[in-house]
Unconditional design. Structure first.
Length: 297
């Protein structure tokens, strides 16, 4: 069998409830030169049966004993045959045309190593989430959080392998953010200025179940990214700047007056005008959260 241009990498553990929709969304893509590599990480539900019911020859299933998400992802990177690796989670869905547009971006720019997209929320929430689009904005955003939605990303496989970049078990629940931080030292990160993913919101997802631990690991990566730019800030300080607590006008005003200027300083200090723009976006969303308003779309 010839090497596919794209490997769609989908790890799954007990994901039978939503897996069918994810599979359909991949095989409905107008871009055909791909393999779908599903890493079944020790599922004990109907996941194997759902996969067995798929007759498309582009599906390749790798079954593991339970190893955890990071192990499943790294095994997928090792097994992927494509020049590009497109991620998707088993509870999300690709939007039409995503693979075509991401491959076009990689063909246009050989320095591009990761390309994500805006995305749509569905399930327990709805709306459009906009991401930083330009490479300079994605790089600047890394000191505040991940600029790319993991299940929306496409990666250049040779860049990962040439530089030994992989998912790091030391950064649980934010292994994607760490991967993007490492890739930013190699090449360009970008996002399509259009949605390429439907991102399901439900109580069982990692960002809900492990919200506290995930936030702490994200803050640790932010602190590391700031340190790499010559700025020393503790995780505790960053927590107050990036994840303020409280609700209402008083909390929002306190944040805007006392903490947002520091966020802006961090952005400008590390990335100039691009950092200023990302800091203001972060500040706007944090103020909206404090006012208990939905994120802007």
């Amino acid at each position: 069998m010839s090497r596919p241009l794209v490997t769609v990498l989908m790890p799954v553990h007990n994901g039978a409830d939503h897996l069918g929709g994810a599979l359909v969304s991949v095989f409905a893509q107008d871009f055909a030169d791909f393999e779908l590599l599903v890493v079944d990480d020790g599922s004990t539900d109907a996941t194997p049966a759902v996969l067995a019911g798929c007759a498309d020859p582009r599906l390749r299933v790798l079954r593991l004993e339970r190893t955890g998400l990071v192990g499943a992802l790294n095994r997928g990177l090792e097994e992927a045959g494509g020049e590009f690796i497109a991620r998707l989670d088993a509870d999300d869905e690709m939007l039409p045309g995503r693979l075509t547009r991401q491959v076009e971006r990689f063909r246009h720019d050989p320095k591009l190593v990761a390309c994500g997209s805006d995305y749509l929320l569905f399930g327990a929430a709805s709306g459009l989430v906009r991401t930083p689009h330009r490479a300079q904005d994605c790089r600047a955003h890394l000191v505040f959080g991940s600029p790319i939605a993991h299940p929306a990303v496409m990666l250049r496989a040779d860049a990962l392998r040439a530089h030994g970049v992989r998912y790091r078990a030391e950064y649980p629940h934010a292994e994607d953010f760490k991967l993007f931080s490492e890739l930013a030292a190699i090449g360009k990160l970008e996002n399509l200025a259009e949605p390429g993913l439907r991102y399901r919101i439900h109580p069982g997802q990692v960002s809900q179940v492990e919200a506290g631990p995930q936030q702490q690991v994200q803050l640790r990566i932010c602190a590391e990214n700031l340190a790499a730019r010559g700025v020393s800030v503790s995780v505790e300080q960053l927590g107050r700047l990036l994840w303020p607590t409280g609700r209402g006008w008083t909390a929002a005003l306190r944040y805007a007056v006392l903490r947002l200027p520091v966020v802006v300083w961090l952005g400008v200090r590390t990335h100039g005008l691009a950092g200023l723009g990302q800091a203001l976006l972060i500040g706007r969303e944090r103020i909206r959260t404090l006012l208990n308003r939905p994120a802007a779309s």
